[in-house]
Design a protein. Structure first.
Length: 188
């Protein structure tokens, strides 16, 4: 997802969803994908997009500022100009997105999984390009990349482990993959 800001496109990364209100004073329960690594804080802008026709948010989404956020058993968040439960219920449910530009810098040889979206996928053995990483999800145990194969458009879900992904080349814009035997990449 991209959003235009000051004439340039900025990449938005989905970090969670909200489907439930909290209390009567305009609070949301945020279900973050990785709450232990969250860097959300008061004053930060987040971009909300509806995930159901029940939400009154515009289809293209809307930016809000966090006025207060607390982490505990639940992540409770309050947004500027949302003052009561009725307003909360009107915009629920939604996905929570933040600009890739506000992510903390990573160390050398580190990267964010979201940065791999759109990268070329190359067969590790044959070195032939076979597709692109189209998305990813977390199954609770590990990250799974969805690879769209060039020749057929088939989507293949592969766990993001060293045995399947022996090489990630951020600078070169590619990942090399050991495909499971049951996946025909057209090179056999």
């Amino acid at each position: 997802m991209n959003k235009e800001r000051s004439g340039k496109m900025e990449k938005q990364i989905e970090i969670g969803v909200s489907e439930k209100p909290h209390g009567i004073k305009g609070g949301f329960i945020f279900k973050l994908y990785h709450p232990e690594d969250s860097f959300l804080k008061s004053g930060m802008e987040i971009f909300l997009t509806p995930i159901s026709a029940k939400s009154t948010l515009p289809k293209q989404g809307k930016t809000f500022e966090i006025t207060n956020i607390s982490f505990g058993n639940k992540v409770i968040c309050y947004l500027r100009d949302i003052m009561d439960r009725t307003q909360v219920e009107e915009i629920l449910p939604f996905s929570i997105n933040i600009s890739r530009e506000v992510f903390p810098q990573v160390q050398d040889n580190e990267y964010y999984v979201a940065d791999l979206i759109g990268m070329k996928v190359v067969n590790f053995k044959t070195k032939c390009e076979i597709g692109k990483i189209s998305s990813y999800y977390d199954n609770g145990s590990q990250t799974i990349f969805v690879i769209t194969m060039d020749d057929s458009g088939l989507k293949v879900d592969i766990p993001f482990t060293d045995s399947f992904f022996p090489l990630v080349d951020i600078e070169g814009g590619k990942v090399e993959v050991n495909l499971p035997i049951m996946v025909d990449d057209g090179t056999r």
